[in-house]
Write a protein that binds this ligand. Structure first.
Ligand code: UD1
Length: 380
């Protein structure tokens, strides 16, 4: 029996830990404890996701709350150190690229523990993004690297990570999507908002580079107002963005619906039925790819290049002309576009993580060979 401590802290983490909890917790080889750092704390950013994803209550919530990057990261480290001193697991597993990820990775390694990183190796090559710093620092410390797409594996190899430490398992976020899609389709949100299939666009914005700079946010607001003349714009607003909009006194224009942050099922349903999604999120680029829904990413780069090459994603930055012309190109397309097939985004990533961990802990060559034959591991 191996003891695993699984860490989640912010909204995009919860979709990644849910399939792992389902896979590992009932398994006799593992005892899993779920730690919530409390980086995200509002009911609509956290509790709603636990409910929608069927996640059990965390074993412990560190309740760190908001704050500057330094304060938040430091507070997570201090509290997590205490946890690990009281309860020394065989493995600490962190996911994604948020402050909780890097904070807990640092603490685990300073205490000499084995560290796994889910969604390792993604790189935007833009060190102006706090998440890129978190990815680089976490991967500099990680022992077991689980990658979602080929670029992640290639980046790690280029950075000198030994191939036998890299496990290409696919995408846990897409495990959640496939598991919950039927329930999402029954969510009722389309009726509630009076929307039909592909007769609206869905928008999310929360990157500091887009919302913290008044000029950029004003420009993006202007573009959204233009699009809202042509098609309803549905915009669930992140707390960071809401604060910035209020400061600038930017309010909804005709055709624009501003909503509070939505739960996982409602949001998945809105995404899957949208004519297009405009976003600066990382995960939504992947989810729209898996759903075959056109996505315009309001950033200059992406750490998830498979969404560009195989998917429906396109980088448009924050330039109004680019965004408008990309939107008009999508508007003129036929209603149904083919859904791309991305390697190992098949809903079985958590099972591959479990197999890899069993292989690792048992040092069982049979399990490793079987896993490699399934295309899940490089270098063995
Ligand atoms: C964080 C992650 C980002 C991720 C995003 C998803 C880092 C560095 N950033 O950014 O990678 O894409 O989450 O949402 O880890 N707030 C609330 N309630 C909450 C959470 C936040 O009101 O539950 C407020 C905070 O007080 C703060 C603002 O929203 O004023 C921004 O939150 P913060 O956690 O600093 O960063 P995010 O923008 O959410």
């Amino acid at each position: 029996m191996r003891r695993i401590m699984l860490v989640a802290g912010a909204r995009p983490n919860f979709m990644k830990v849910a399939p792992l909890m389902r896979e590992l917790r009932p398994h006799p080889d593992f005892e899993v404890r779920l730690i919530h750092t409390g980086q995200h704390f509002s009911p609509e950013m956290s509790d709603l996701f636990f409910r929608d994803l069927g996640l059990p209550e965390p074993d412990l919530n560190l309740e760190v709350g908001g704050g500057s990057h330094a304060r938040q990261t430091a507070e997570i480290m201090v509290r997590f150190e205490q946890v690990l001193e009281n309860d020394r697991p065989d493995l600490v597993c962190v996911v994604g690229d948020v402050n909780s990820t890097v904070a807990c990775a640092l603490v685990a390694k300073k205490l000499g523990m084995l560290l796994a990183h889910i969604e390792a190796g993604l790189r935007s090559f833009d060190r102006g993004m706090p998440e890129e710093i978190n990815r680089l620092a976490t991967d500099a410390l990680t022992d077991l690297f689980f990658t979602t797409e080929e670029s992640g594996t290639m980046n790690l190899l280029r950075e000198g990570v030994p191939p036998e430490k890299i496990y290409f398992v696919g995408n846990l976020m897409i495990d959640s999507l496939r598991h919950h899609l039927d329930a999402a389709r029954r969510s009722g949100i389309l009726d509630e908002l009076g929307l039909g299939l592909q007769d609206y666009i869905l928008v999310t914005l929360h990157r500091p580079s887009n919302v913290d700079e008044p000029q950029v946010l004003r420009r993006l607001w202007w573009v959204l107002s233009k699009i809202a003349v042509e098609i309803p714009v549905i915009f669930p607003i992140h707390p960071r963005t809401r604060a910035r909009l209020e400061n600038l006194q930017l309010t909804a224009v005709a055709g624009m619906r501003l909503l509070p942050p939505l739960g996982y099922l409602d949001f998945l349903q809105l995404m899957s039925s949208a004519k297009a999604v405009l976003t600066d999120s990382g995960g939504i680029q992947e989810e729209t790819t898996a759903l075959g829904v056109p996505c315009l990413t309001l950033r200059e780069n992406t750490e998830r290049p498979v969404t560009l090459s195989l998917g429906t994603n396109r980088l448009v930055g924050a330039n109004p002309e680019n965004i408008l012309s990309a939107w008009r190109e999508i508007r003129s397309r036929p209603a149904i576009s083919p859904t791309p097939s991305v390697p190992l985004w098949d809903g079985r990533a958590a099972a591959r993580v479990r197999e890899a961990l069993q292989g690792f802990f048992n040092r069982d060559d049979t399990a490793d060979r079987h896993y490699a034959a399934a295309g899940g591991q490089v270098g063995k």
